[in-house]
Write a protein that binds this ligand. Structure first.
Ligand SMILES: *[C@@H]1O[C@H](CO)[C@@H](O)[C@H](O)[C@H]1NC(C)=O
Ligand SMILES: *[C@@H]1O[C@H](CO)[C@@H](O)[C@H](O)[C@H]1NC(C)=O
Ligand SMILES: *[C@@H]1O[C@H](CO)[C@@H](O)[C@H](O)[C@H]1NC(C)=O
Ligand SMILES: *[C@@H]1O[C@H](CO)[C@@H](O)[C@H](O)[C@H]1NC(C)=O
Ligand SMILES: *[C@@H]1O[C@H](CO)[C@@H](O)[C@H](O)[C@H]1NC(C)=O
Length: 228
């Protein structure tokens, strides 16, 4: 019989010990929750840092040629709406420097603008290919577009460029949907439209003039406050 009484007594002691353990567990759980929150907040600020996606225009230039090559017997170039094709080509570089996330930049539209006239008019509007960037990867998209003038404003620029003149103070406005994917395979941000401005861009001109090493132009993220 005595052992039973002992057991009851010990049971009582164990209960109070368990109560202490329970309290300790709550404290640990609370601390872990706080830690998890801190990690999540840190992860979100790091993962969503929009400056992570680099967009740039190689050599800061768009080269222009009269479509159809250098046929000396072709009639003098005289653009009008729907007539007089030019070929524009340039390379857009996208870099994802992050070692953790993938970045998608989709539904991308670019507008090449000249600010020679007071109302900076669009010289060319075009669609850029989607890019899908794994961690620490880079993609160069070579853009080649052959087109005639679609609106009256473009005709002036087309004739000027066909003549070998260049527009030295142009800019390219890029707009696309940026999506960030953490490596667990979840997209953290959806359908954020992000604007980049690339300036200054040289459009056209004699290729032999480019002997001075042209530098790549980094486009600035317009959703970010200007930083150093
Ligand atoms: C270019 O074509 C327009 C009509 O489309 C004509 O009026 C103009 O004189 C032409 N210019 C040259 C330099 O041939
Ligand atoms: C064109 O843009 C440059 C730089 O943004 C500026 O310095 C220049 O004054 C602009 N020119 C005109 C005609 O707006
Ligand atoms: C000229 O440009 C138009 C519009 O982009 C295109 O449909 C057409 O095929 C081009 N013509 C030539 C001869 O390349
Ligand atoms: C093209 O260049 C020629 C001579 O180099 C010039 O006479 C003509 O006016 C220029 N045309 C345009 C549209 O700039
Ligand atoms: C994330 O978004 C991109 C671009 O819209 C899409 O291609 C990809 O499949 C998405 N990933 C997930 C895991 O939903």
């Amino acid at each position: 019989m005595a052992p039973v009484a002992d057991d009851v007594l010990d049971g009582g002691n164990e209960k109070s010990i368990f109560r202490c353990l329970d309290a300790a567990r709550y404290v640990v759980a609370a601390a872990v929750s706080v830690l998890i929150m801190a990690v999540i907040v840190y992860a979100i600020t790091v993962v969503l840092r929009p400056a992570d996606l680099y967009i740039g225009v190689l050599q800061g230039s768009v080269s222009v040629s009269v479509s159809g090559g250098d046929n000396l017997r072709r009639p003098p170039f005289n653009a009008s709406i729907g007539r007089g094709n030019l070929t524009f080509s340039f390379t857009v570089r996208a870099i994802n420097p992050s070692g953790r996330v993938s970045i998608y930049y989709t539904d991308v539209e670019a507008r090449i603008k000249s600010n020679m006239s007071s109302a900076s008019s669009t010289l060319l509007r075009l669609q850029l290919p989607d890019v899908s960037l794994g961690p620490q990867s880079s993609i160069d998209s070579n853009i080649l577009i052959n087109t005639f003038a679609l609106v009256k404003k473009q005709v002036y620029y087309f004739n000027m460029l066909a003549n070998g003149s260049s527009i030295d103070d142009a800019m390219i406005a890029v707009e696309g949907t940026r999506t960030v994917e953490v490596y667990s395979g979840r997209n953290v941000t959806d359908h954020v439209r992000v604007f980049y401005f690339c300036s200054p861009i040289v459009v056209g001109g004699d290729k032999d003039d480019d002997s001075e090493a042209a530098v790549d132009v980094q486009c600035t993220d317009q959703n970010q406050p200007a930083s150093s």
